[in-house]
Design a protein around this ligand. Structure first.
Ligand code: CMP
Length: 145
């Protein structure tokens, strides 16, 4: 196992429901350390850029509208196998398929309003961390982010 960094987003639905504290508690119970964080509201353009990989998908316009509909909480998580560890505690993208006890099973309402986002690979994590925290990426000479 290797020390990794991953990008996590608490989405507008979960911020509106005041779930930041409960979600941070799940990170900490699962040894995912929050190393840098900020609360931001994305513009439509920023949301389009972040989710650029999905731009041909039918759900892209709704995804962009939702992700720019209110503030989000963005954080870099550090742990052994942080990428897979975070995805495990998030659960399936679709909350109806998410395992009991996962963040999406407990806090998401639909596949669109699904409470959290987490990088799906180390490569994606590097890009997503640089998108939100360029200064953190630039300071990564001594760690693999
Ligand atoms: P996320 O992990 O943030 O990555 C892309 C997002 O697109 C996903 O979570 C969902 O919230 C959203 N989405 C909306 N509709 C769909 C769909 N039909 N299939 C997959 N993702 C979807």
């Amino acid at each position: 196992m290797a020390l990794e960094y991953t990008l996590s987003i608490i989405k507008p639905d979960a911020v509106r429901k005041r779930l930041i504290g409960q979600i941070y508690s799940r990170f900490e119970k699962n040894a995912l350390v929050v190393v840098i964080a900020k609360r931001v509201r994305l513009t439509r353009e920023q949301a389009e850029n972040f989710y650029n990989v999905h731009k041909e998908r039918s759900f892209f316009p709704q995804l962009v509208a939702f992700m720019s509909s209110g503030p989000i909480m963005v954080q870099v998580l550090k742990a052994e196998s942080a990428v897979s560890r975070n995805r495990e505690i998030m659960g399936d993208t679709d909350p109806r398929r998410a395992k009991p006890g996962t963040l999406r099973a407990d806090f998401a309402t639909t596949i669109e309003e699904n409470a959290v986002h987490g990088s799906d690979s180390i490569e994606t994590a590097k890009k997503e961390i640089a998108f939100f925290f360029p200064e953190f990426s630039a300071s990564c000479k001594d760690h693999p982010c």
